[in-house]
Ligand binder design. Structure first.
Ligand code: PLP
Length: 503
């Protein structure tokens, strides 16, 4: 394709994308394809001769679109959302044009400096204080591909920190600590890095959050077994129910355990800190508090503070996948763990300590230029637009919650709504003293029936043995009529589930 062909194809692509959004609601949320259907339509070999662009572009409609699960669809309520915006689509085009692997300052000054600036912007937007920012080159913000990648990255930093404090500790004694509500990223990081993952039980009466007492007990038990927890992954907004671990209680305990690195996984929930009404100031104070003990010896010895924090702008934060923002209080914890500088990567600017080389805060060398789409989105929406988007999601979830409970008999909220997430289960009628088996059977029947309905998408979960349904409102295209429609559809499906289960 030459430049003039690109110009024509580019204009046509923008038209096609606009048509897609115009017709979004007419698609099934979940495509009616069977495993292998799409693969069958794709040739087995690279074509011997190049094909005309018109034929290639047509295959987006013929092959790809029929196999797309529409995450932007107004009736997409599964997992957590993956927002996109036109600003991001445009930014990705420009990023494609300059194709910049952003591993050090010299190879991409704009990419590097913009990344430092936008992560500072986002930190301030969420209420994270100066200690998290790049300004001053002590703290750091770095954009990763996912919250899972962020966790693996900080686990490596935490491992090296622990080994500097306790040299020659056998890896077999070292454990990654989380809770039963920690996203599977904790267990996966442990698997990849060769450690055990220990999950602390959380309780319904604590709304599934980690409390200080449970942490203290777990640390005591691990010590008795000779185990050495080197990182605790706390959560702000768990996947199943939106649980928020009690950071103030946790840091009160970790103050006496300075070797324990504390990471907050706020993959979904973090962006809601930008809303004053969703921001618990005590919680924020606990995130921003500095260690009292050990601080004078440097961050490596500091216990009782949060060391790193991650949120995904690519969930509810209006930025197209992928844009996982990771902040760390002491950037040297990352750079001492991850800096390997062969001669060909040496630069005068880095040797003089003048610049950030993001390769030393990331698992990979080459990295995507992700900061442009964040910058453009935040400039285009502004703080007010960003907040308005999130407030809309929260309000829609509130409407859904209210209408569900009011309109559908025998539905019980499993936990309090958290931001834009509603979790419920179905009880037998009359719902006097339902057995867990009965309610699980009904809820399971509902999720099975819903999974056959291609016009919407929900996710089931199980918490403490109770089967539930999650409704995560998140598409920028969802309106009140959609969530009211969802209540109506659920009412019908719950009726069918009752007939099936006989309750
Ligand atoms: N943490 C939480 C609380 C999540 O809900 C999710 C995904 O939904 C993740 C982590 C994983 O995010 P990622 O796909 O960016 O690794």
């Amino acid at each position: 394709m030459d430049r003039e062909q690109f110009r024509k194809a580019g204009y046509a692509a923008v038209d096609r994308i606009c048509d897609y959004f115009e017709n979004l609601e007419s698609y099934d949320v979940v495509p009616k394809v069977q495993p292998g259907d799409i693969a069958k339509l794709i040739g087995d070999e690279v074509p011997e001769k190049g094909e005309p662009w018109a034929d290639i572009a047509k295959d987006f409609d013929r092959i790809i679109l029929p196999g797309i699960t529409h995450w932007q669809h107004p009736n997409f309520y599964a997992y957590f959302p993956a927002n996109t915006t036109f600003e991001c689509i445009l930014a990705d085009m420009y990023v494609g044009a300059v194709s910049n692997p952003g591993f050090n300052w010299l190879c991409s000054p704009a990419c590097t400096e913009l990344e430092s600036k936008v992560t500072d912007w986002v930190a301030k937007l969420l209420g994270l204080d100066q200690s998290w920012c790049n300004e001053g080159m002590v703290g750091a913000g770095v954009i990763q591909g996912s919250a899972s990648e962020s966790v693996i990255t900080v686990c490596i930093a935490a491992r090296e920190r622990f080994l500097r404090l306790h040299p020659s500790t056998p890896f077999s004694d070292m454990v990654i600590l989380g809770t039963t509500q920690t996203h599977s990223l904790g267990a996966k990081a442990a698997l990849i890095l060769g450690f055990e993952f220990v999950a602390i039980e959380t309780r319904a009466e604590d709304e599934w959050a980690l409390r200080g007492e449970a942490l203290e007990k777990a640390l005591r038990e691990l010590e008795e077994k000779g185990k050495k927890p080197f990182i605790l992954i706390a959560t702000l907004g768990s996947t199943s129910t939106g649980a928020i671990d009690n950071i103030a209680e946790i840091t009160a305990v970790t103050a006496a355990h300075p070797s324990l690195f504390l990471h907050i996984d706020a993959a979904w929930g973090g962006v809601f800190l930008s809303l004053p009404e969703c921001r618990d100031e005590a919680f924020l104070d606990a995130i921003n508090a500095r260690a009292v003990k050990g601080a004078e010896e440097g961050a490596i010895c500091a216990g009782g503070e949060v060391h790193s924090f991650c949120t995904n702008l690519h969930k509810s934060g209006l930025v197209t996948f992928d844009a996982s923002c990771l902040w760390i209080r002491d950037r040297t914890l990352l750079t001492t763990a991850l800096d390997i500088t062969p001669p060909f990567l040496r630069t005068a600017q880095a040797s003089a300590g003048l610049v950030t080389d993001y390769r030393n805060m990331s698992l990979s060398l080459g990295r995507r230029f992700r900061s442009l789409k964040i910058w453009w989105t935040l400039r285009s929406y502004g703080v007010q637009g960003f907040q308005k988007h999130l407030r809309r999601l929260v309000e829609l979830a509130r409407v859904f919650e209210r209408e569900l409970v009011r309109e559908v008999e025998g539905v019980e909220l499993f936990t309090n709504r958290r931001f834009s997430l509603v979790v419920f289960r179905v009880l037998p009628l009359p719902p006097s003293s339902p057995s867990l088996e009965e309610s699980n059977a009904l809820t399971r029947a509902l999720t099975t029936l819903a999974s056959h309905d291609h016009s919407l998408m929900l996710t089931p979960t199980t918490v403490g043995g109770t089967e539930c349904v999650r409704v995560a409102v998140g598409s920028g295209f969802t309106e009140e009529r959609h969530v009211r429609g969802l209540v109506g559809r659920l009412q019908a499906l719950i009726g069918e589930a009752r007939e099936e289960v006989g309750k």
